[in-house]
Design a protein around this ligand. Structure first.
Ligand SMILES: CCC(=O)SCCNC(=O)CCNC(=O)[C@H](O)C(C)(C)COP(=O)(O)OP(=O)(O)OC[C@H]1O[C@@H](n2cnc3c(N)ncnc32)[C@H](O)[C@@H]1OP(=O)(O)O
Length: 302
């Protein structure tokens, strides 16, 4: 049938975007080989909670090291992104850190151990670029909930979400220059897209501490979490992030996914390809259950 055919064409077109990896065997890259090396650096976890609301919570969990990414956590993140790619009923995802801080980047113990191998460092960088690119390309609306510090790779992770919400007192800082590095997890390319090349140059060249006020001013942050001094009434950061995100995820999953897909194709494809893809995505919701129900209900958009 026609709808099935259309959805197969769409699936093909989106395979490049959603399978979303930048590096594969044609670039001499073996995902399995680097996974094995990364697993030699244990500690921490990436926890995924899929909720009935269609909003998942992905938690970077390694509090003794300020949620730094061990090698095992890098592998875990890739697995959790795969689960999110396959979540039919999903509409949104919140990325947060455990214990009121976001993430302090790569685990410096692993970085030190790998620093004498150029090849391993490059492979780790390719592995993380693949995973974070797939995170950003999920057909889900994503938000980084930044409490405490997002440093180095942690700052790069925030840019792999569609939106960033910052708690007052939180900081996003690309500290790479202080480590004699530049971002390698795709954070520089994404930062330029988010804040423009001049602001990106300032943030990277000055290793600037971006607080919530500066974050909103330059367009890196999309909102600041409220602090309610009345503890009994106060909502947690996660509750605030969930209610902020639910403004955009209200409605049936296929429609919300289609919204993310048209924006993603506009963001990543040439105009001609984006227009053709938009037409196909339009076709996937046209005459669908949500569309028919809306037409039958004689809606007024007041
Ligand atoms: C992709 C490239 C990269 O990401 S390179 C890594 C960039 N990140 C960094 O350099 C972060 C270095 N850490 C810091 O600046 C501070 O620890 C921050 C995060 C500001 C927290 O400071 P503070 O609240 O005083 O806590 P602390 O320093 O006592 O840290 C608590 C324990 O956590 C550890 N920790 C922290 N960050 C990392 C990390 N990236 N890798 C490994 N361990 C880390 C600290 O060493 C400390 O451990 P311990 O309690 O001394 O055993």
């Amino acid at each position: 049938n026609k709808r099935l055919l259309l959805s197969e064409t769409l699936t093909e077109r989106f395979k490049c975007l959603y399978s979303g990896s930048v590096y594969s065997s044609i670039h001499g890259f073996s995902q399995e080989e680097i996974k094995e090396k990364l697993l030699a650096f244990p500690g921490g976890s990436i926890d995924l909670l899929k909720q009935d609301s269609g909003i998942a919570v992905l938690t970077i969990n390694n509090p003794p090291r300020m949620n730094a990414f061990s090698g095992a956590m890098m592998v875990d993140l890739e697995e959790k992104v795969t689960q999110l790619e396959n979540w039919t009923d999903g509409k949104g995802v919140i990325v947060q850190g455990a214990a009121q801080t976001f993430c302090s980047g790569s685990d410096l113990n692993a970085v030190r151990a790998m620093s004498n191998s150029q090849v391993d460092g490059m492979k780790m960088c390719m592995f993380m670029q693949n995973t974070l690119t797939r995170l950003l390309r999920l057909p889900l609306i994503s938000v980084a909930l930044v409490e405490g510090n997002a440093l180095g790779g942690g700052a790069e992770l925030t840019t792999a979400c569609d939106f960033r919400l910052m708690a007052s007192g939180s900081v996003i800082q690309f500290v790479h220059k202080h480590m004699g590095l530049v971002p390698g997890w795709g954070g520089a390319a994404r930062l330029v897209t988010l804040v423009g090349s001049r602001n990106a140059l300032k943030l990277l060249g000055g290793a600037v501490k971006v607080d919530s006020e500066l974050g909103v001013h330059i367009g890196l942050a999309d909102g600041v979490l409220k602090v309610d001094l009345d503890a009994a009434r106060a909502e947690t950061g996660l509750q605030q992030a969930e209610s902020w995100l639910s403004q955009y995820t209200k409605g049936p999953a296929p429609v919300i996914k289609a919204v993310k897909k048209v924006v993603l194709s506009g963001r990543e494809l040439s105009l001609s390809d984006a227009l053709r893809t938009e037409k196909d995505i339009f076709g996937s919701v046209w005459g669908g259950p949500a569309n028919l129900q809306a037409l039958a209900s004689k809606s007024k958009h007041k």
